[in-house]
Design a protein. Sequence first.
Length: 353
Amino acid sequence: MLKHNFSAGPCILPQEVFQKAAAAVLNFNDLSILEISHRSKDFIEVMEKAQSLALEHLGLTDKGYKALFLGGGATMQFLMVAYNLLEKKAAYLNTGTWSDKAIKEAKLFGEVVEVASSKKDNYNYIPKGYIVPEDVDYFHIQTNNTIFGTQLQYTPDVSVPLICDMSSDIFSRQRDFEKYDLIYAGAQKNMGPAGATLIVVKEDILGKVSRQIPSMLDYRTHIAKESMFNTPPVFPIYVSMLTLEWLKENGGIDAIEKINNEKAALIYNEIDRNPLFKGYVTEKEDRSTMNATFVLNDEAHAPAFDSLWKEAGINGLNGHRSVGGYRASMYNALPLESVQALVDTMQELERKS
Ligand SMILES: *Cc1c(COP(=O)(O)O)cnc(C)c1O
């Protein structure tokens, strides 16, 4: 039996994508996808398709944006963003560990204004009512905080470029994507295997800092070379392309958002209803549809609960070490039935205790 995979990342991908990817390892136009040249016509087609599908899903085709697939993970973007865009001062919203890490890197390049932070409450809510200064080079946010299970439900209205780490909720819901000037996302949360990072950047925000930028870290290099300045992560890009095709065949972001909302409603209703559990996030409006974090009211039930969900074939439910408890990551490919299987174990625990 295949497991119900609630892992936070690398995470579940559609079974059809695994089948197509496996077939391409054995035979991709009479070679293996693992041995083809990234300069081959066949791979250039894959790259172009992945880039155009990413822009198409976000509604950003022909709007001055470029899609890049690079290595280095989302973590590399923490510094690339600042290297390319931070001349004097940048504003950051600190909503989680990943924001904190992005801020640390940005400080190497200029002044950082932390407009608000929920760090002292271990990030169990999204700060509100902050003011973004108008004299900053950009404003940086994270839409979804993978570790803590909070999610920004709106897009900030700012007069400066808006930069966003969307690693763990890209392609899961609609947003006003045109309000963003640069979006980045590590593939392994909702798009593909680890190893590729998607960057969608509005070209006209680039080229404004006075510092010299090493070629490999300069977005303009990768735009000019169509993400082929050096050897790109061929296989992760191929699998990402397959996932983006799968998403399109299944109705795109609009359709998946409905299912994601159903999955989130199912788990959160149970967390709120079941007297043995409580949610980690203090403000319900800040709850993530991708990562639901929750704890047992009484730790004494932990051994019984852990064996129940493991017996039910559930994988990857342990919370991040900085939060504890449980985290149900419900990315696009996780079926509603998996969430139902988890809810069943929570109800069984209640009956048995
Ligand atoms: C996982 C994650 C990262 C780190 O991604 P890497 O690809 O491992 O560098 C950054 N930001 C968010 C929101 C994440 O979920």
